[in-house]
Design a protein around this ligand. Structure first.
Ligand code: ZN
Ligand code: ZN
Length: 353
């Protein structure tokens, strides 16, 4: 939108009405950058998300604030859409420099706390157990077991993520001087993802109800990853895809004038984009039902699903993400009564009913 086809994108985009977007790069990632939004309040600037914890990202974040005549020391608060490292990574550093508070939904704060407190290796054991249960072959599990060997545990992003100081309560206005920003709980991409509805007239008087900081929930050209919520201590049968589809409908009904997502670019037809995503998932579920005419484990299903490249070219880590997405779709089909587990299978296979 903002000149994305002509020349390099600007470091700062002014959206009017005391809102700016800063492009904060994500190292080695095809998404390219996080859009960190700056919201002017009567007590100083508030950030919506902060960006990946990397020296270059930090430099860009502070340079973007400089370009607005601000310093990172002025930041009054940080509102986080969800715990992923491209959104929450730099929050701790911003708080150190400015004394700002950090706000997050309780369900994502729980993920941050759990990740920080996990014993080294707990996560790898959990992943290996989970992948074995969905039918991953031995050659896929071997590297996880090797990584578990003493002294080999890699540092993963998020292990030292900042614990928030404030809770974002769904449906409530955030405590921001001179602004009306309401939290809308949109679980699916993560259990505690929130969108933030700026309930103020659009600065260019576009028709509709205010603007929406949509995080990763609603993006103009990407379908966000929906996998199972990962929690080694909790065996609750969640339905993230069902949560996501419900959250999409809730956002579609807001009738916002403009969406300010955390990646790509701003856009106006929120309801149209919601419909596209609902249709996309409906088609995908129908396609999976066809595959499940014969019983398949989630791993076998993932291998047969359509991805952006052939399965044998999908890198190791992305296969884990793909299988988690296959599981989330199976979970939804089971909840809808359109598929069921085949009794006595180990690893468990599912079949259309
Ligand atoms: Zn995310
Ligand atoms: Zn993201």
């Amino acid at each position: 939108m903002q000149g994305s086809t002509q020349g390099p994108a600007p470091r700062v985009t002014e959206h009017g009405g005391g809102v700016w977007a800063l492009r904060v790069p994500i190292p080695d990632n095809p998404l390219g950058h996080t859009l960190v939004h700056v919201l002017d309040t009567d007590r100083g600037p508030v950030l919506v998300d902060t960006g990946w914890d990397d020296p270059d990202s930090w430099t860009e974040l502070t340079a973007g604030l400089d370009a607005l005549g601000l310093s990172v020391r002025d930041v009054h608060g940080v509102v986080i859409t969800h715990h992923h490292p491209d959104h929450h990574g730099l929050s701790g550093r911003v708080r150190e420099e400015s004394g700002a508070w950090i706000a997050m939904h309780a369900a994502d704060t729980a993920v941050v706390r759990r990740t920080r407190e996990a014993e080294p290796g707990t996560w790898l054991d959990y992943l290996a157990r989970k992948l074995a249960a969905v039918g991953a072959p031995e050659d896929h599990l071997a590297p996880l077991r090797a990584a578990r060997a003493p002294g080999r545990t890699r540092t993963l992003p998020g292990l030292r993520a900042a614990l928030p100081d404030r809770e974002i309560v769904p449906g409530e206005l955030l405590d921001l001087a001179g602004r009306r920003l309401r939290a809308i709980w949109t679980p699916g991409h993560t259990p505690g993802h929130v969108c933030l509805h700026l309930e103020e007239e659009h600065p260019a008087r576009r028709p509709g109800h205010g603007r929406l900081f949509s995080g990763d929930h609603l993006l103009p050209g990407i379908t966000p990853h929906i996998g199972l919520y990962e929690d080694p201590d909790d065996a609750t049968e969640t339905d993230p895809l069902g949560d996501y589809l419900d959250s999409l409908e809730r956002i579609g009904r807001l009738g916002v004038a403009e969406v300010l997502p955390a990646h790509q670019h701003s856009f106006t037809d929120a309801a149209g984009r919601v419909r596209e995503l609902l249709d996309h998932h409906e088609e995908r579920l129908t396609g999976l039902l066809g595959l499940l005419a014969t019983p398949l484990t989630p791993w076998q299903l993932a291998v047969r699903m359509e991805w952006n490249r052939p399965w044998d070219q999908i890198p190791y880590g992305s296969r884990n993400i793909a299988v988690s997405e296959a599981e989330a779709h199976v979970r939804r089909l089971v909840k809808l009564g359109r598929a069921e587990a085949v009794p006595g299978t180990e690893p468990v296979a599912y079949v259309a009913v």
